[in-house]
Design a binder for this molecule. Structure first.
Ligand SMILES: [Zn+2]
Length: 317
């Protein structure tokens, strides 16, 4: 598939927020992080089906230029398509991409801080009474690693072997050929800033990231070693809920595997987390165990010492 280089570049810039590194899908469907620059050649390979890329949501400066709703099943997908339809009635553009199950709805925006991108997305969901919808970017700002990404559209899903294309509200292809779809998405219509400002004006302020008041209140007990100090002072629930959407009982989708059934939970009383799917090692434990897994899934070393050093810095301990 030969694609005009300008179209290729437009498409890459529409979806991918950083080019200093990239995420690539493995045959089993999960992703690996590659710490080499991403080139347009990779994007071409993606369209040819030779590789499948992930599109990072945030720039290294924590800016987003799209938000993406990720519906895990067909029910959720129906809800978010209704949201897209209501937006379209107000002349707000959204792009619908069905997937293996469920699908994505993309809203391209002017550059927004990660914080405002998430506030905007969450407020849209709240106003349309949609709960438990995954929203990308998943982080307001990057702390370690490059953060969340979504499979770059119009490639081949490594696990299903299929290519999913964009559709209209009636389920028709957005354009007859993949090449034409690529050209449309290379210059996507963006949500006007005035509409974003309007939605943000009724959105709650973002939670402060570090340290939260509850961290400080736990300051009473101390330990001898850095790891004891971290474990004693930090509420796993407060810490983890900055990275994972948790409901009031402390359950949520596991950030470490492709989870659709809320396998992840935090026990607030005993201050630990656990993934029932036992998706890796460790699949539960303290805030240190959580951060080791987090680092690992974001392309950083899971080394214990490095994890401790980073946590001490993050938490001002
Ligand atoms: Zn898991």
């Amino acid at each position: 598939m030969e694609i005009n280089p300008l179209v290729l570049e437009g498409y890459a810039r529409a979806f991918i927020s950083r080019f200093d590194r990239y995420a690539i899908q493995k045959p089993e469907g999960d992703y690996g992080a590659v710490k080499h620059p991403l080139t347009l050649h990779h994007v071409e390979q993606h369209f040819r089906g030779e590789i499948t890329l992930g599109a990072y949501a945030l720039t290294p400066q924590n800016h987003a230029h799209w938000i993406c709703f990720d519906a895990d099943d067909d029910d959720m997908f129906t809800h978010v398509q209704e949201l897209a339809k209501e937006l379209a009635n107000q002349a707000i553009p959204a792009y619908i991409e069905p997937s293996r199950r469920g699908g994505h709805v993309w809203l391209f925006t002017p550059p927004l801080s990660g914080t405002d991108a998430r506030r905007f997305g969450k407020q849209l969901l709240a106003e349309h009474h949609i709960e438990h919808m995954e929203l990308y970017p998943k982080q307001s700002s990057l702390i370690t690693g490059p953060g969340s990404f979504v499979r770059l559209p119009l490639g081949i899903h490594r696990k299903s072997g299929r290519r999913y294309h964009f559709v209209t509200f009636t389920g028709e292809p957005l354009a007859p050929t993949i090449r034409e779809q690529i050209a449309i998405l290379a210059t996507p219509e963006r949500v006007p800033q005035t509409f974003i400002d309007h939605i943000l004006s009724s959105a709650p302020e973002a939670k402060p990231v570090f340290p939260t008041p509850r961290f400080q209140r736990k300051n009473v007990i101390t330990g001898d070693t850095p790891s004891e100090r971290i474990k004693n002072r930090v509420s796993v629930y407060d810490f983890v809920s900055q990275y994972v959407e948790l409901d009031q009982s402390g359950r949520g989708l596991c950030p470490f595997h492709d989870d659709h059934v809320q396998s992840f939970s935090v026990n607030q009383q005993d201050n630990y987390w656990n993934c029932f799917a036992e998706c890796g090692k460790p699949s539960g434990g303290s805030v240190i165990d959580f951060w080791m897994r987090w680092r690992e899934t974001h392309g950083e070393s899971a080394d214990f010492k490095l994890t401790i050093v980073e946590l001490i810095g993050l938490l001002n301990l």
